[in-house]
Write a protein that binds this ligand. Structure first.
Ligand code: CP
Length: 308
């Protein structure tokens, strides 16, 4: 039996496949809609945490590809009453063609994949956010060409987004500088995995040094879903705010990215967020196209005969 094409982490997926999925996404952006490559297919989406972009972009993506989405909010399914992830995976696999899960606990995503008979997509966990970084990679290359050899600076929390950027740097060959307080450093396991592949990644407590000569500066909210100690995190992360001084350290052509939702005046100033270097709305739009690439690949509708 063919291996299921789960989309759980960029570290699980070979470079050539990631490039293929990105190419599928880019191609979708230029296509007329609807494009019924997934006619008759159903995606179940389980949200144990809130979402705007992930929820809407996946539902619109599969609809525009001729399929259908079923959305389960945490309170509206038996998961909230203790049914196991494994039993939920087994049940949904009898109805649908793919499952997308958003949950804080990454192990629940892995457990879903281990027990599902259909592909499982990580729609964000506390550990990683691969679908978002696919959209970000697409956005960077749309504006500035190939990301290989470029310098990407992540400043702020070493969170799930930082982890997926680490995976992407190792897979796609760009330099990644992470500026964060030592207390909020990314997972050593991900850094070690990337180092094992020869990735060029630096972790520093100095955002000014990290931003010097960068092609892209990216950040995220200071308090992610599942985080506590809000005041402590604000105090630790205040020096990592993206403002015009930090952007001025980067190349004049540098882009600013934020996966959203943003908190102007906290992790980014309004001047940068709404300024000329910001591509945050392109990032948000590209979630739609990236989800299409991911869905087509996961569901095996990605061959030239399928219209890619
Ligand atoms: N960036 C992102 O995942 O947005 P949502 O939380 O709105 O899905």
């Amino acid at each position: 039996m063919a291996r299921l094409r789960h989309f759980l982490d960029l570290s699980d997926i070979e470079t050539a496949t990631l490039r293929h999925v990105l190419a599928l996404a880019v191609a979708r952006k230029g296509k007329a809609r609807p494009e019924p490559l997934l006619a008759g297919k159903t995606l179940a989406m389980i949200f144990e945490e809130p979402s705007t972009r992930t929820r809407v972009s996946f539902e619109v993506a599969i609809t525009q590809l001729g399929g259908h989405a079923v959305v389960l909010d945490s309170a509206g399914s038996q998961l909230s009453r203790g049914e196991t992830v494994a039993d939920t995976a087994r049940t949904l696999s009898r109805y649908v063609d793919a499952i997308m899960l958003r949950t804080v606990d990454h192990e629940r995503t892995r457990e879903m994949a281990q027990n599902a008979g259909v592909p499982v997509i990580n729609g964000l966990s506390h550990r990683s956010h691969p679908c978002q970084v696919m959209a970000d990679l697409m956005t960077f290359e749309e504006h500035r060409g190939a990301i290989a050899g470029k310098i990407v600076t992540w400043t702020g929390d070493g969170n799930n987004m930082a982890n997926s950027w680490i995976h992407a740097a190792a897979r796609l060959g760009f330099t990644l500088r992470i500026a964060c307080p030592p207390e909020l450093s990314p997972r050593a396991e991900d850094l070690n995995w990337a180092a094992g592949l020869g990735a060029d990644i630096v972790v520093t407590a100095d955002p000014q040094a990290a931003a010097a000569g960068a092609d892209l500066i990216a950040t995220d909210t200071w308090v992610s879903m599942g985080d506590d100690q809000t005041e402590r995190r604000h105090n630790l992360l205040a020096p990592y705010r993206v403002d015009s001084h930090l952007m001025a350290r980067a190349k004049p052509t540098a882009l600013f990215m934020h996966c959203l939702p943003a908190h102007r005046g906290e992790e980014v100033t309004a001047e940068v967020m709404d300024g000329p270097q910001s591509v945050v709305w392109d990032e948000a739009e590209n979630r739609l196209h990236a989800q299409k690439g991911i869905l087509l690949w996961c569901l095996g509708a990605d061959s030239p005969g399928h219209g890619s």
